[in-house]
Design a protein around this ligand. Sequence first.
Ligand SMILES: [Zn+2]
Length: 322
Amino acid sequence: MNPERTTMKSAAAAASEIGTQSNTRPAERSVTPESSPPAGCLLCEGLSESRLLFHTSRPIFQCAVCALVYADPRSPAADDYSEDYYRDGVYADYLADRDAIQRNAPRVLEELESMVKGRRLLDVGCATGFFLEAARARGWEVRGLETSEYASDYARRELGLEVETASIVSPPEGLPLFDVVTLWDTIEHLDRPDIALANIRRLLAPDGVLVFSTGDYASLLRRLAGKKWRLFADPTHNFFFDEKTLRLMLTRAGFEVARVTRRGKRVSLSLILHQSGLPLSARVKTWLLAKGWNPSVYVNLRDVVTIFARPHSITTPEEGPR
Ligand SMILES: [Zn+2]
């Protein structure tokens, strides 16, 4: 018997059992990952055939059944997110992006404030905590999880935020329930997004909202760019979802999709130059950062999908829809 099938089923079943818990109870015990990750497609329980699409830093596969696209082997994360990742790595200088990140925050926080009554928010993959800082300033009670020792330490030390160095795949015990859980460009980094969603389902209040963003593999830009798509440039990206695979994974974890958008965001000039690969861009970027001048511009390439989801309402067979 395939151990992966057992885990997927028990995670989904456990997630569907908790819809009636009260808002004040602490979250139940989390689903924990197996010691070794399974090969093959997470959504098809590892039983389907996958085909090799192409190689980036690793071979990229697509499931023949559900079309999920993933890198194999998966990056184990954690160790990869040192200061080098945030400065002159995937990012030009993440700390210099603070203004851009915080100018993006009010739009989604306003939306969330109209969707939930409570103000307890957990940001998963919170990096240095800039989004949490913006939420706290609007009156939210905030906590964060971040696997990077460097980034989580910055959030605690510099911003005084309650951030734990931990993954949502194996979250710390004793977390309370939250009204909102956010993941900004994080789910594609995880080695077990299925377990992550089951754990988030347990941490969300029954009337809570999960909102996350990730690259859209079905986007026009990805189809034009092929294997040169910008999401493939980060060697810690394990999954390349589209709306269909995300809806399938959310349903299995006990969520219903409330809203799907393809919105843009403000991006700093230093990051645009850093990732552009254009001649002289590195020199201009260094000059800008040295001057402390890093303006942001609104960019929407329509290759990122943002999904709002709610815990599936639990209905007994008698009162459920026919
Ligand atoms: Zn599949």
